[in-house]
Design a protein around this ligand. Sequence first.
Ligand code: 5GP
Ligand code: MN
Length: 326
Amino acid sequence: MLSQVVELIESKRRFCITSHIRPDGDSLGSSLALYWTLKNLDKDVDVIMRDNVPHSYRELPGADEVIKSPKVPDGYDAAFVIECSDIDRPGLIDLDKQFVVNIDHHSTTALFGHINWIDATASAVGEMIYNLCKALGVAVNQQIAECVYTALLTDTGSFHFSNTTERTFKIASELVRRGVKPAQISQALFYSYPFSKIKVLGMVLSSLKRDETGRIALMNVTQDTLAQANASEEDLDGIVNYPLAVEEIEVVGFFKEISPGVYRTSLRSKGNANVARVTEKFGGGGHRNAAGCTIKGNLPEIENQVVEYLQEALGIVPISTISDAL
Ligand code: 5GP
Ligand code: MN
């Protein structure tokens, strides 16, 4: 809990911070907000991630300081693990040898830390880091404010999702007071894409189809398509959400071929359908409205299987297989 985290930070000196593979706005924003908080207290601190900082997040204060490494070195007093469902999610060797502090806002997280601070009422872990900052008596400076704002903005889908609360807006308002320029952050996140991202978006959207109920949409991308668009896997981030803009589409499945016969699968829903129940069947995880897993096999068979599970998640009795969109 929070008081244990405060006590640890006050009594120790050398820390590392990590988060999940393929980091997103909350994992990076929260990790870097904690980095600046600890720096303000004159602590020795490293942020270590297995993967690169994605293009959209390169302007976050401290993004250049992130150490890309497959392994955690010895010598830290504690490792903060941000927004992870289990100790393996950061994909870092020797993380389990550290004194681990698990900080997350998902109620489903495993209590894998020596200290576990979980707040399922927080819209993003960024909210929790903001509270930690206050509890430590650290002034919220421009760097911390920009990092926390990015975490809030991305994890709430630009304040669209149901995790957006009065507290989220209160904190966002405080962050703007501390110097955040919302338009500048939105510009960096949503209006600075490489051309390849929009090119591949068009190609992915042309694969769109739906099931016979019209409530489930499917899309896919192959390695060939990525090569044609000169796009990277990073360019695919966020594309899964587009079909939810259609009124009657409640669930989307997006299949990304990462090697022949292997598909990184992203599921999204709006409303009550719990897509994490579906990814769990394939050894993945996530939350009610956003979940992921890796599935091996032949794409049409994978699609049929996933549609069947999604129909179950929507409370629909399966009727037949999918049909192309009209
Ligand atoms: P995405 O579709 O963006 O890869 O993932 C959506 C959500 O599902 C993220 O919050 C992520 O943490 C979770 N997720 C994605 N893939 C996996 C996985 O393989 N295992 C687990 N446990 N969670 C996943
Ligand atoms: Mn989050």
